[in-house]
Design a protein around this ligand. Structure first.
Ligand SMILES: [Zn+2]
Length: 184
């Protein structure tokens, strides 16, 4: 199974796994606070939301190129997505002032959706990053210094196209020069 497929299944598992956590916490807190309908949903929303964020980060952590900008934006995403939750709650209560539990549940969903969409945008690979990654692993990673034939995967240092023999240090030096030029 490829790493990407594993990660997608993990994501699905994380999202589905939040349902039993939410339900169990709602029931447990409701037992303690009988007659109070808001607290169970508030506590369950907070617990589930934090579990979700933590497991989401664990699934994707190694895939994200952590620049200072990404770390800063991801940190700001927590208050931003919580603000989204407050707005969703406010909208529901403005429409129907007694529907506070509905507001809390929708606020929790808004928080999770904000976190999902926000991380997808912030953690996305930029075009220059993608170009650098493809250059590093790409098919033209090691062209013959003489004729440009792709030497990737060869177990000897003679170019099969033009027949020129190289030493390893010549090939390495040439590849480093090429990359330095490409990244300017
Ligand atoms: Zn060659």
């Amino acid at each position: 199974m490829s790493g990407t497929l594993t990660r997608l299944i993990l994501c699905l598992g994380v999202i589905i796994g939040m349902v039993p956590i939410y339900v169990v916490v709602v029931m447990a807190v409701a037992n303690q606070a009988s007659g109070d309908y808001d607290t169970p949903f508030l506590v369950a929303g907070a617990v589930t939301g934090l579990c979700f964020m933590a497991s989401w980060n664990m699934v994707w952590r190694t895939q994200v190129k952590w620049t200072n900008a990404r770390i800063g934006l991801t940190t700001m995403l927590l208050p931003a997505s919580l603000l989204l939750a407050v707005v969703a709650y406010g909208v529901v209560v403005a429409i129907e002032s007694h529907a506070t539990e509905v507001g809390i549940v929708l606020g929790t969903i808004a928080w999770a959706a904000g976190w999902l969409i926000g991380t997808a945008l912030i953690w996305r690979e930029t075009k220059p990053e993608r170009a650098a990654r493809l250059r590093a692993h790409g098919v033209h990673a090691l062209p013959c210094p003489q004729c440009g034939y792709n030497l990737t995967g060869l177990t000897q240092t003679q170019c099969p196209e033009c027949g020129t023999k190289f030493t390893l240090d010549q090939l390495v030096a040439d590849a480093l020069d090429q990359r330095a030029e490409a990244s300017v």
